[in-house]
Design a protein around this ligand. Structure first.
Ligand SMILES: [Zn+2]
Ligand SMILES: [Zn+2]
Length: 203
């Protein structure tokens, strides 16, 4: 498995292209990018788009990808409606109005398989009610729940500090060696965050 990181858009949300052999999954396409040239490098066949949550900085590139690659888009069931709604996807308060028209499918907690990708879906509310982490082959894609030495804010609509604490407790029970690819900033590991992240240290 290979992970390519592309920080995109005005707040540089990390978009991840996860590839395995000739297949690809995109996590959080937050803005437009030259997606076809990346797929051509394999060449890779795109299998799905996974969204860690529906904030505008993680979704804005979805419609453009779907137009040329009509693959399923997965998100937490409580955030499907956020995709179209600029106040719920937080774009009204930050930026221009964002409304994604691509239909989305509801994630279920637990294991799912897409092509050869074995994905574990963890619901980790706190930053938003449907914030989700994905584990693919001992690698955690943590969205805006966990960052290197920090965590996502909990003061946006549907955020909750109490739920965030419970989600962080869950994430800290994961393997220390697990590599973490967050929604913003550099990658880290669960062990490094348990030693250095003030929010995990104060749980
Ligand atoms: Zn967010
Ligand atoms: Zn974000």
């Amino acid at each position: 498995m290979n992970v390519k990181t592309l920080p995109l858009g005005p707040v540089q949300a990390n978009c991840y292209i996860v590839t395995k052999e000739d297949r690809a999954i995109v996590i959080d396409p937050g803005d437009l990018f030259d997606f076809d040239s990346i797929l051509a490098q394999g060449p890779y066949t795109l299998e799905a788009i996974l969204l860690t949550h529906a904030h505008f900085d993680h979704i804005q590139g979805v419609d453009a990808i779907i137009r040329s690659h009509p693959v399923p888009v997965y998100i937490h069931p409580q955030e499907i409606a956020f995709l179209k709604d600029p106040s719920l996807n937080a774009s009204t308060s930050f930026y221009e109005m964002v409304s994604i028209q691509a239909p989305a499918l509801p994630l279920k907690q637990g294991k799912m398989k897409i092509a050869d990708f074995e994905i574990e879906v963890l619901f980790t509310p706190g930053h938003s009610c449907g914030s989700t982490c994905f584990i693919i082959e001992n690698t955690l894609f943590s969205g805006d729940t966990l960052f290197q030495y920090s965590i996502g804010r909990t003061d946006l609509p549907t955020g909750s500090l109490m739920e965030m604490k419970e989600s962080l407790i869950r994430l800290s029970s994961l393997d220390d060696q697990m590599v973490v690819y967050p929604g913003h900033g550099p990658k880290t590991t669960i062990g490094q965050e348990k030693r250095m992240n003030p929010y995990l240290l104060s749980l």
